[in-house]
Design a protein around this ligand. Structure first.
Ligand code: 13P
Ligand code: ZN
Length: 214
């Protein structure tokens, strides 16, 4: 029991620290974005709805049982089902981060992107941490139809981009999900910075070699 409690306390504190770090660096705004993380017994901790990621109270995070029942804490994020559906498709995930980070949102609004993989493999770290980025068609925030759409795209990718909304990224640990979300945002920024210029993304061979290693 003590071990579980200390694991939970540590994870609650980590969610608050990661949220503050993301918010302080303007990677999400106002009360946008949400974070979840899984305890070793399968229970999920999630940020409450309408909470600023910059100012989370670890004690008030929402807790769900492994079966998806809300048992403790404030009213959960309206995207709770979306997080649950990422864990369902990406079985090894220990955490999920969703942000309204500006450059990724900008890319989610572009016409003529490849819906199976929105961003080109510009750098090795993008390939290592994100890999591929399918676009999920637009649904309003909190719409349960979004869950089915995300489930479809998350079968083969731990990162997806919600059209006209923002990224959702799963990782083995919360730090993995955080770093992958940051890499996605920086690559979206590079992609927009380079727009209209001739570029030299990684070749399929270079990309595949990285996917095999990491
Ligand atoms: O990003 C958000 C909706 O997509 C924020 O919603 P919540 O405040 O319910 O977490
Ligand atoms: Zn959102």
């Amino acid at each position: 029991m003590t071990a579980i409690l200390s694991e939970e306390t540590k994870l609650r504190d980590e969610i608050a620290a990661v949220g503050k770090s993301l918010f302080d660096r303007a990677l999400t705004f106002g009360s946008t974005g949400n974070i979840s993380a899984r305890l070793s017994n399968g229970d999920l901790l999630m940020t409450p709805t309408n909470a600023s990621l910059g100012n989370l109270d670890p004690a008030r995070l929402s807790r769900f049982t492994a079966e998806g029942v809300h048992v403790d804490g404030d009213k959960p994020t309206k995207e709770a089902f979306l997080h649950q559906c990422m864990y369902c498709q990406q079985k090894l995930s220990g955490a999920v981060v969703h942000l309204h980070s500006t450059y990724a949102v900008a890319v989610s609004i572009l016409e003529d992107v490849d819906p199976d993989d929105v961003l080109p493999p510009l750098t090795a770290y993008y390939v290592m941490r994100v890999g591929s980025l399918p676009l999920v068609p637009y649904y309003p925030p909190g719409d349960t139809a979004l869950a089915n759409a995300v489930a479809e795209k998350a079968k083969n990718s731990h990162a997806v981009l919600l059209a006209n909304h923002g990224p959702v990224v799963a990782g083995k640990t919360l730090r993995d999900a955080q770093y992958a979300t940051e890499e996605l945002e920086e690559t979206a920024k590079l992609h927009l910075l380079l727009e209209g210029r001739r570029t030299r993304p990684l070749t399929p061979q270079q990309r595949n070699a990285l996917l095999k290693t990491f």
